[in-house]
Design a protein around this ligand. Sequence first.
Ligand SMILES: *Cc1c(COP(=O)(O)O)cnc(C)c1O
Length: 244
Amino acid sequence: MPLDHDEVEAFRRAREGVLARIAEAARRAGRDQGEVTLVAVSKTVAAVRVRAAVAAGLTVLGENRVQEAAAKILEVPGARWHLLGPLQANKARRAVELFDVLEAVGSLELAQRLDRVAGELRPGRPLPVLLQVNVAGDPSKSGFDEPGVEAALPQLASLAGLRLDGLMTIGRLVPTAEEARPTFRALRELSARLRASEPRLGPALSMGMSDDYEVAVEEGATIVRVGRALFGERPRPAGTDPAG
Ligand SMILES: *Cc1c(COP(=O)(O)O)cnc(C)c1O
C-alpha cells in the first residue's frame, strides 16, 4: 500500500510538537534535548500507518508484544525497535532476533536466558537491555523491586551477552503528570546509587509516556515512550490493562 502523504505530514507535525515539548522540558531542567530519545509506541497501530510515521522521522519504535511486532517489523523497514512489554521465556529467542533494545528485563532468570540466546545469535555483540524496576510499587506491574535489582546487579553485570544500558520504569496511573514526578525521581536516584557500586550499569533512564513525558524529562529521562500523543487513542477492549 502506498504511503498517504497527508498522514506523513500529520505525523511530522505531531513529532515536531512532541520534540518541542521535550526541548522545553530539557531546557527547564538545564539539560540538552539531544540526551533524550523519543520512542514512538506503535502497539495496536497498523503497519501502513507505522510506515508513514517512519517516513515522518519517527524512526525508533516501541512494541509491547513479540507476536504483534514480528509481522510489523517485516513490513516496516528503516526503524529501530524497542520491546517494552514483559517477555515470556519461550519468546526470548524471537525477541533477540527481532528487537534492537529490550527495555523490560525484569528478572535475573530472564536476563540469564537472554544472555545465553544473545551469545548464540549475536556473538561479540552484546544485546542492549534495560532493567525494569517497579519503583512505584504497583502490584499490577512486573519488574524488579528496588532491593531485588540491587541484589541481582553483580550477577546481571557479569552476563557478557548483555549490555546493561540502564533502567526503565512504568509509572502508576495518576490523575496528573505532576503526581508521576516522585516515581521518576526515585528511578533517577536509584540509578545513581546503583551506578556508584556497579559502573557496568549504563546511565539510560526510560520513563514517561504521553501524559507525563515532560515531567520525566525534567527528572532526567533519556528515553521517553510516547504512543497516544503521536498515534491517537488506542482501541481498548474492556477489562484490559491500559498500559498493555
Ligand atoms: C503503551 C505503553 C507506552 C505508551 O503509552 P502512551 O500513554 O500511549 O504514551 C509506554 N510504555 C509502555 C511500557 C507501554 O506499554
